[in-house]
Write a protein that binds this ligand. Sequence first.
Ligand code: IFM
Length: 510
Amino acid sequence: MFPSRPAARPARDTSRSAHDAFRDGPELDRRTVLLGGVAAGAVLLGGCTRSGQAAVSSPSPSVAWAPPAEPMTFPTGYTWGAATSAFQVEGSTTADGRGQSVWDTFCARSGRVKGGATGDPGADGYRRWQEDIALMSELGIGAYRFSVAWPRIQPTGSGPVNQLGVDWYRRFVDGLLEAGIRPAVTLFHWDLPQALQDAGGWAVRDTAERFADYASIVFDALADADADWFTINEPKTHAYVGHWYGSHAPGLRDPQVAVAAVHHQLLAHGLAVQRFREQGTSGRIGIALNLMPVYAQPGAEEPATRVDAAENRLFLDAVLTGQYPADAIGPLPGQVPADRDRFDALVLDGDLATISEPADLLAVQYYGVTGVAKDGSQVSIHPTSAASWQQLWPEGLYDLLVRLRDEYPAIPLMITENGIPDETPELTIDDPYRTAYLREHFQQAARAIADGVPLEAHYVWSLLDNFEWGEGYQQRWGIVAVDFDTQERTPKDSFGFYREVIAANAVAPS
Ligand code: IFM
């Protein structure tokens, strides 16, 4: 989950439930209600029944794991990658006929983004793409995950194609292919054309149909590229943080709208998969879900099961099994506080079959875990990074991957985002915490593969320092530092570490 992130560690607040706090004002978000706590006695929520009964599968997820003394190797052909998204890196927000997105609108509203930052300059990737591909080659990645900006392709979200926008992505993809780097294309990473928002945005079903049309245009333009395709990036974050907490674009604060946005984004995903098949596009397609192991504190199994439903199963069950869980939405602690009947009324006959249209892969975005207290609030059970919402627990990645293997139909898995911000907003080259984070997560990935998880790829978030949503340019996630005044790029120490891992196709114990 990626809400707008406060720069400081969240205040301790034991007096209110998470949902109360989310409603209180624009300064609050999910992290604000994280409580100081310990992992002792926490239980991992997994093995939950579809009817929402707690069925705790692991009594001791918090036991730290030690890597073997020898380097852990990855299968031949394992894909190492790095990721970015259009609004975060491209800049040039008015170039070549690009239309306005909800993020341009949100940034223009006073006080919504730190420092009054906007999508310009980003990392100036629209103009510096050749330099960036050279950096990728130096790193040695086999694949690069980027997103296409819908407002560059259809400036108002429907209707005529903006050929200049299409041409830019064609040039970029050709550049990647010439460098021997597989394109990994995300179709939607939160930059909805503003005109569609004005017509109701993800609260309305029509936006899913418009997305399918847009996806068709991009499939046509890149049909021969043999890429990996991702329909929607983190529908949960876009729905909850943008439509419930109000700290991302479009800045709404209505949980009923948020669950409508969940359904319509998932429907958009399914419709796009259908178009992909109909058009015979080469490559593979799936959705990118940010997932988070949920650990119940003693006595909190029931609310934690509901948090697990809201954070994970609402998305996983729909996409992989064609049903919505019974316990994600409603008035109980841990649920998204929306009316379930009104949500169900949006789900028309055939929608769940569309949403669960067989995909080729599941893209998993992993940053950390959460604990849940008896009142259903999410609590800190592990240290956080400079992003106060991010509870660091590499073993959670293993728990998550094993759960996917055990509880869902078999499907190839990719980790399409995984990373940590710098400790300060300053431009930083020396980043030992990021090297440690990446090393430990690579180890957990190797451990999962050794235990039979069908994991095929690992993408680091992010290739470049960039626009970090509500944090503006004050939180840097890149393995390459970007000076936002000059746009000079400088690889950080973690870049060198990652290059060695890629070259060896193995991760050493330390
Ligand atoms: O920067 C974001 C990205 O856009 C989506 N996933 C999480 C990243 C870090 O917050």
